[in-house]
Design a protein around this ligand. Structure first.
Ligand code: UD1
Ligand code: CA
Length: 447
């Protein structure tokens, strides 16, 4: 039994009032269309095709968003969901069953999608729809049932009878179809008054041969879609809550989940604690027994076991085991803080390696630098790495002691166990073991 997935993501998304196509709007760090792909994958569907507009097909953002092995089909003109599905026909020729989803219903769980596929294949139906019972059905298509409780048709709100409008059973727009049947059925779907061809109308065609099935989601958030930015925020809140709860169940302490933002695809080890107003961005990996926050942001970074990140920002960097990073510090652009190093308050570390046991304790800028082991950087020290045209490296070898407010004019090397006096402006390399001071700094060792 071969199953293929098709995600419809070519709609205009007019209600978002955005120049960014709706499928690329992010929820918890991942674009909507990426969420739909993930749900399908998690439900066991590997061959996935996304139908996009020609504008979206050409965008770099789409390529960045999609996981590998996702194929793209183009719907030339936005003529409705049935027309969008038709655009993917040639991409799924080998499949027996196709699973179809919109890009904007991302609270559907992989568990219920798996269940839908099972119900569909076991009942050998031509079409199966995932429905949900909701308190507020406004804006959604309503599923009409026949006397045996199976779907006979789906009507959009603007075309539904008053009786059906009172029904709380809505169409999530996730479906399974028999791949040998669906394409000819699609071609007989008649356009609505709006001129669009509606995919839900295919249910009535399957029902004429008594082969439409229904599965109802048991999750009361399934029906929340993203059509405007109010709904975007609502859906994001649910995703965050689910993510936080999953981490807490895995042994992570989150002091105040309501103000803790952990994106999709973040790994966190057991016994790590997270303080309030903290954001951990997608693809970050946090070790165990780490203390993070309050007021901390970590994006695309790895944090080792037992590290402490207290009110700092860490972006595209690696923080080793047992490292501490203090308040208002910024670690960025491929920096690596080796095991047991310490960054204090108000320090900025950019594209630099801070060796094991080294300390940058107070308001310093360290950019394009490589520090050895047990280096101490005094308060207010700056690597002057930019000459107005190019960036230059600074190398500080093991056990060096840099006096407060030293200006290191790169490119420059400070040798092993060398020292600089407070307020030195170092323009030339300092030999191992030497001590320099002054402006420009000169050796004072022999005096
Ligand atoms: C659709 C369903 C509705 C269901 C609801 C659930 C139709 C006609 N109605 O309504 O029964 O309750 O979803 O969320 O299908 N798309 C294209 N090409 C198009 C038009 C849309 O690819 O020409 C894509 C959109 O990008 C979107 C999906 O299809 O991902 C659904 O379109 P949307 O306009 O959001 O449909 P709804 O009005 O929400
Ligand atoms: Ca929608």
């Amino acid at each position: 039994m071969v199953t293929a997935g098709i995600i419809l993501a070519a709609g205009k998304g007019t209600r978002m009032r955005s120049s960014l196509p709706k499928p690329l709007h992010k929820v918890a760090g991942v674009a909507l269309v990426g969420h739909a792909v993930r749900i399908m994958r998690a439900a066991g569907v590997d061959n996935i095709n996304v139908v996009v507009s020609s504008e979206l097909a050409d965008s770099d953002e789409l390529r960045e968003t999609l996981l590998p092995r996702v194929r793209v089909s183009v719907q030339q003109e936005q003529l409705g969901t049935a027309d969008a599905l038709a655009a993917a026909r040639s991409a799924v020729e080998d499949a027996d069953t196709i699973v179809v989803a919109p890009a904007d219903m991302i609270l559907v769980t992989d568990r219920i999608v798996r269940e839908m596929i099972k119900v569909h294949t076991e009942s050998q139906s031509l079409a199966t729809v995932l429905g949900a019972m909701v308190d507020d059905a406004s804006g959604l298509g309503r599923i009409e049932l026949n006397s045996s409780g199976r779907p006979s048709a789906i009507f959009e709100e603007h075309e539904a009878s008053t009786e059906l409008l009172n029904s709380k059973l809505i169409n999530t727009a996730w479906y399974c179809f028999d791949n040998r049947w669906v394409w000819s059925a699609l071609s007989s779907v008649q356009p609505a008054d709006t001129g669009e061809v509606y995919l839900p109308r295919i249910i009535a065609i399957a029902a004429t041969v008594d082969s439409a099935q229904l599965i109802i989601s048991d999750d009361n958030e399934t029906h929340l879609g993203v059509n405007d930015r109010v709904q975007l925020a609502r859906v994001e809140a649910v995703v965050r809550q689910r993510t936080n709860e999953a981490h807490m169940r895995n042994g992570v302490t989150i002091h105040d989940p309501a103000v803790t933002y952990i994106d999709i695809d973040v790994e966190i080890g057991a016994d790590t604690t997270i303080g309030q107003s903290t954001h951990i961005g997608t693809r970050s990996v946090i070790g165990s027994n780490v203390v993070i926050g309050p007021n901390t942001q970590i994006f695309s970074s790895r944090i080792g076991d037992r590290a402490i990140i207290d009110g700092a920002r860490v972006i595209d960097s690696v923080v080793g085991a047992g490292v501490s990073v203090g308040t208002n510090s910024l670690i960025r652009d491929g920096s690596e803080l080796m095991q047991g190093s310490r960054i204090g308050n108000l320090a900025e570390i950019k594209n630099s390696v801070i060796g094991s046991g080294s300390r940058v304790s107070h308001f310093s800028y360290v950019g394009d630098a490589t520090l050895g082991r047990n280096v101490n950087i005094g308060a207010g020290t700056i690597t002057c790495n930019y000459d107005g045209v190019d960036k230059h490296p600074t190398i500080i070898e093991d056990d060096a002691l840099i006096g407060s407010s030293t200006m290191l004019i790169a490119p420059v090397t400070i040798g092993k166990a060398a020292r600089t006096g407070a307020g030195s402006v170092v323009r030339t390399d300092v030999a191992a073991g030497d001590t320099v001071a002054g402006v420009p700094a000169k050796s004072i060792k022999s005096k």
